[in-house]
Ligand binder design. Structure first.
Ligand code: AMP
Length: 471
């Protein structure tokens, strides 16, 4: 293939999402693309709704749509959230919940399903000041967005995602939603290839503006300014007495509709009232058009001093499918290692302690009432300290018991081999230290809560040779 042809194909691939159904169909024909396995011709492309429709209410006559993201619930609650934050900027809201998407081809396990758990943060910022107090610690251009890219990196790597199989990719112009100021995807490589796991978008002020426009409720923030500014404002003053006489019970609807007029609409009405003395006015809440005369409303420009800035906030949104991340965590944390005899491969999940569902196991080395009592005591005090643990008092060999818990990804194992002290074994290195039975639960807690590393424990306590107990 010539380099010109290759460049053309690359360009077509990068801009595919911009094509209409017809243009896409034409490309399929032009390049003679057929079904990969059967080589059958493809049918014409058609638009496809990613949202699931359902019916609401007893009659089932009102259509509803299952949410494809959790974000909009945050935007419609903007006023309350802003109030809860003491009307201070910036502020953020986080939500986790089910999202539904009518995926065309949900055949890749957890990474592409039609119902998934989505976690989103909406961090509201002043569109003219997207600086972030912790930005100096990072290197990306837009401070707040950069800060979140950094936090997503730390979040994923601390969970146990391999940093060499994680990358951040900026959206190409044609991929970016029309309203987005910038968008980055955290992509992770697993057996399905590189897939998006977290989207970090600067959605500008689009959502709040769209909700405000449709509902007529201003979703804005107010900022006091030290030097009041002189501005010209259009003031609409309905004359309630005249409107009451003309519209009686419907007066309130007409007043609200007059006050909700946008600047252009109000200026058109002002011009019409000045030239003709009356004008037809559509009141959507009444579902009809009424006649408004020049006695019923005054519309004029007034000079005003503004003591505050009214601003529709931009929003930075990290958005992530929990199932996708968990799936990758399974792949990146899984490995196999030979058992002691060398004739079998043992499975291990190297989950970091913070995410491992079970933090420690407690075993008496041999079946004996005294050791069992100590093991039960340690297990109970661990539970009280909030450490999820598993006690195994079966007579199975200690090597087999270790192998079982390695397979579950349990980071630490406490083995009771005396009534006064016990050993703690780390899953991946298989290293063991000796600790007082009384202290065992608190040592485990310090490691699993991230206050200490295993290295700290290793350099504090006497080492225990594994020869007698290891598999
Ligand atoms: P998006 O709004 O398309 O950027 O999606 C936000 C996040 O939701 C992505 O980064 C994925 O982690 C996750 N996600 C999107 N679609 C699916 C799906 N079909 N199944 C599971 N997770 C998904």
């Amino acid at each position: 293939m010539s380099s010109e042809e290759a460049a053309e194909l690359k360009h077509v691939l990068a801009t595919l999402d911009d094509l209409s159904a017809e243009a896409l169909g034409a490309k399929i024909k032009e390049y003679g693309i057929t079904a990969p396995e059967t080589k059958n011709p493809l049918s014409d492309p058609y638009p496809f709704n990613l949202m699931f429709q359902t019916s609401i209410g007893q009659s089932g006559l009102s259509p509803g749509y299952m949410r494809p993201e959790t974000a909009q619930g945050i935007f419609v609650n903007f006023k309350d959230l802003y109030y809860y934050n003491g009307n201070k900027l910036p502020f953020a809201a986080a939500q986790i919940g089910q999202a539904f998407r009518n995926e065309i081809s949900p055949r890749q396990g957890l990474p592409r399903v039609r119902e998934f758990t989505l976690a989103e943060i909406e961090h509201f910022v002043d569109p003219e000041d997207k600086s972030h107090p912790k930005y100096k610690e990072g290197i990306v251009n837009n401070e707040t967005l950069g800060y979140f890219i950094g936090r997503v990196y730390l979040f994923l790597t601390r969970l146990g995602i391999d940093k060499d199989r994680l990358r951040f990719r900026q959206h190409l112009t044609n991929e970016m939603a029309h309203y987005a100021a910038d968008c980055w995807d955290a992509e992770i490589e697993c057996s399905y290839g590189w897939i998006e796991y977290v989207g970090i978008a600067d959605r500008s002020a689009y959502d709040l503006r769209a909700h405000s426009d449709k509902s007529g409720v201003p979703l804005v923030a107010h900022e006091k300014i030290s030097e009041p500014k002189g501005v010209e404002k259009l003031v609409i003053t309905p004359v309630k007495k005249e409107l009451g006489l003309a519209f009686k019970g419907s007066q309130k609807n007409v007043v609200e509709a007059l006050e909700a007029m946008k600047e252009k609409e109000a200026l058109d009405m002002k011009a019409a009232l000045e030239s003709k003395g009356e004008v037809d006015f559509d009141v959507c809440t009444l579902g009809k058009t009424v006649t408004v005369t020049n006695k019923m409303v005054t519309i004029q420009k007034e000079k005003k001093k503004e003591h505050q800035r009214v601003v529709t906030l931009s929003v930075i949104e990290p958005s992530s499918g929990i199932g996708r991340i968990i799936y990758c965590l399974f792949e990146h944390c899984f490995y196999m290692r030979p058992g002691k005899a060398g004739d079998e491969q043992l499975n291990v999940f190297r989950f970091p302690a913070v995410v491992a569902p079970i933090k420690c196991t407690v075993f008496p080395l041999v079946q004996n009432k005294q050791y069992e009592d100590v093991a039960k005591y340690i297990s109970k005090s661990s539970t009280i300290a909030g450490i999820s643990n598993k006690i195994d008092i079966t007579g199975t060999s200690i090597g087999k018991r270790y192998a079982r818990t390695d397979e579950l990804g349990v980071p630490l194992a406490i083995t009771v081999d005396s009534t006064s002290s016990v050993t703690i074994r780390e899953r991946d290195s298989k290293d063991q230290v000796r600790v007082d039975a009384e202290k065992a639960a608190s040592v485990v807690r310090e490691v699993t809560e991230g206050h200490k590393t295993w290295q700290d424990v290793w350099s504090t306590f006497p080492h225990h040779s594994s020869a007698s107990t290891e598999e």
